[in-house]
Write a protein that binds this ligand. Structure first.
Ligand code: PLP
Length: 360
């Protein structure tokens, strides 16, 4: 049985085994992991370790702060403009999918101006929007991009990131640690934990310290200020203890497997195998342009959304779960996060082949 969910996504078997053991209460303290205080030395050590590992895995320099928050990627759609759009109150967006549009709407609701510089919505986000040549970063506080749009399966990989001399913010919720990025290209990065980092309930925020220091946040509420969370080492209020604990185990697992380089190698292998099958098929199509295809969310269709739905339903009876595309677009989506195995991809291809044979 395989789980292709886009999030919360599949976690490594080893991590699930470790978590199960951790629910046993300690004989002396009579506490399990979900009962310890976020002020305890045990938890503080976990946060410190998790931060160090993430810094190593992503080569995050000392001039960036790394914190663990609650509220998911959606809260970051608000924290980012509240903390970083304080000078021009104007942000620029490249709309490569639903989660870019959502970030833009949230910024507008907070009274910031959000300008979509370019959008590929008109072609169902099958291509990446290009940064216009006349873009003047001086007019905006920052440019916001989503490295991987989870719904449409389209990615700004490191080699097709927009080239700007201004500040760049990236939502990496669905491909953090799945492929390498040079953190120095960004001024702020955030990612909800529930795809490649662990369970839901923890969000990572990586922010450039000098940029944060330039902001006027006097009118920003205390929970929404990054600096408060940084000053208290992610323990400003009650931290999501269990989620950070599990994230720390996932980071251990990534390190043990060989880091982001190895995750990327495996992810390329898995995604390429699936795309190669889809591309040679006359029955299925993967619509996203080749150089921008997602490694973590492979989107495809037979061209008939009702038929896609029936096939995804049948897949469940054969042990392949959560293959439906996002409810806003339909079709299929196979999420291949770091913990997804090649065996899952092979089983999916075998199933898709069988269905194709019956239909054609
Ligand atoms: N950004 C991206 C790229 C996502 O995939 C998601 C959720 O799937 C979000 C933001 C929103 O995250 P959350 O549901 O954690 O608020």
């Amino acid at each position: 049985t395989y789980n292709f969910s886009a999030g919360p996504g599949v976690l490594p078997d080893e991590v699930i085994t470790q978590i199960k053991q951790e629910f046993e209460r300690n004989e002396h303290t009579h506490m399990s992991i979900i009962e310890i205080s976020h002020r305890s030395a045990q938890f503080q050590a976990i946060v410190t370790e998790a931060e160090q590992k993430l810094r190593e895995l992503m080569a995050i320099p000392e001039d960036y702060a790394v914190i663990f928050l609650q509220g998911g990627g959606s809260t970051q759609f608000e924290m980012i403009p509240l903390n970083f759009a304080t000078n021009q109150s104007h942000i620029a967006i490249l709309d490569s999918g639903n989660f870019a549009a959502k970030a833009s709407e949230a910024a507008e609701m907070l009274g910031k101006q959000a300008t979509v510089l370019n959008s590929t919505k008109g072609i169902n986000y099958q291509k990446l929007p290009i940064l216009p040549e006349h873009f003047d970063p001086e007019l905006y506080d920052y440019l916001h991009i989503v490295t991987n749009n989870t719904i449409e399966g389209i990615t700004f990989h490191q080699d097709n990131l927009p080239s700007t001399t201004g500040r760049l913010v990236a939502d990496m919720s669905s491909n953090i640690l799945a492929e390498p990025y040079d953190i120095n290209a960004f001024d702020a990065v955030f990612a909800g934990g529930q795809k490649n980092l662990g369970p839901a309930g923890v969000t990572v925020a990586i922010t450039k310290k000098d940029w944060l220091a330039q902001q006027d946040v006097r009118h920003v509420g205390p929970m929404m200020r990054y600096q408060n969370h940084i000053d208290k080492q992610s323990m400003y209020n009650t931290s999501p203890v269990f989620s950070i604990y599990a994230l720390n185990l996932v980071l251990d697992w990534v390190v043990a497997q060989g880091g982001v380089t190895e995750m990327h190698r495996r992810n390329l292998e898995k995604a390429h195998k699936l795309y190669a099958f889809l591309d040679q098929s006359d029955f299925y199509t993967a619509p996203v342009e080749t150089n921008a295809r997602s490694l973590t969310n492979v989107v495809f269709t037979t061209g008939d959304l009702t038929r896609d739905k029936m096939i995804a339903k049948r897949a469940e009876s054969e042990g392949l779960f959560n293959l439906n595309g996002h409810r806003s677009v339909g079709g299929f989506r196979a999420s291949l996060y770091n913990a997804q195995s090649m065996a899952a991809v092979d089983a999916l291809i075998t199933f898709l082949k069988k269905v194709e044979k019956e239909q054609v």
